[in-house]
Write a protein that binds this ligand. Structure first.
Ligand SMILES: Cc1cc2nc3c(=O)[nH]c(=O)nc-3n(C[C@H](O)[C@H](O)[C@H](O)COP(=O)(O)O)c2cc1C
Ligand SMILES: Nc1ncnc2c1ncn2[C@@H]1O[C@H](COP(=O)(O)OP(=O)(O)OP(=O)(O)O)[C@@H](O)[C@H]1O
Length: 144
């Protein structure tokens, strides 16, 4: 039986923190499927700069990823029902409550573990491991 892992996120402007998360998630099973959040659903921070299709294409091109798809517009559990994963890998800093996710999975009859991936820390003062920090630096260095 193939152990399927699902990872998810906005993945706007890519950086090594994203690669670390996806490698960590891939190591939790045999196959990694990534759900990319729709721009209109990213309301807890500034919405992404890049369009949905471009963010999906970039994630799909990464080595640890077997498949990437655009998330559902209204119900985050609809793709989970379709994919029927063995593990959902939450990012180290994601605001989602793993117990609430677990409870909803059980309510829908989906047998799936919820795990937390680890963080990657910058290996130098110059390294930027956050899309928000990259955008801040672009504004600082190129903004007029
Ligand atoms: C299990 C799970 C499934 C998700 N599915 C979707 C989805 O189908 N559509 C969507 O727009 N966002 C979905 N999201 C939300 C985003 O992927 C992401 O968690 C949220 O935007 C926070 O992203 P960030 O970590 O990039 O800030 C899902 C989140 C979780 C935890
Ligand atoms: N440095 C990092 N180490 C490990 N995982 C990371 C790192 N940066 C982002 N991730 C993970 O990648 C996924 C997508 O993250 P997201 O698209 O929000 O990027 P971000 O750089 O954190 O964005 P922002 O700076 O706008 O908050 C999330 O699960 C997040 O936890």
């Amino acid at each position: 039986m193939v152990k399927r892992v699902v990872a998810q996120g906005t993945f706007d402007i890519l950086h090594p923190g994203h690669v670390h998360y996806l490698r960590d998630a891939a190591a939790m099973g045999d196959e990694l499927v990534v759900i990319v959040a729709r721009g209109e659903n990213v309301t807890h921070k500034q919405p992404p700069i890049l369009p949905n299709s471009q963010r999906v294409a970039m994630i799909e091109a990464l080595e640890p990823v077997d498949r990437a798809l655009l998330g559902h517009p209204d119900d985050i559990f609809t793709p989970i029902e379709d994919l029927d994963p063995d593990v959902i890998a939450l990012g180290h800093d994601q605001h989602h409550d793993s117990e609430a996710i677990q409870a909803e999975l059980e309510r829908r009859g989906i047998d799936c573990a919820v795990e937390r991936a680890s963080a990657r820390e910058p290996d130098s003062e110059e390294e930027l491991l956050s899309t928000g920090l990259i955008i801040d630096r672009i504004i600082e260095r190129r903004g007029r």
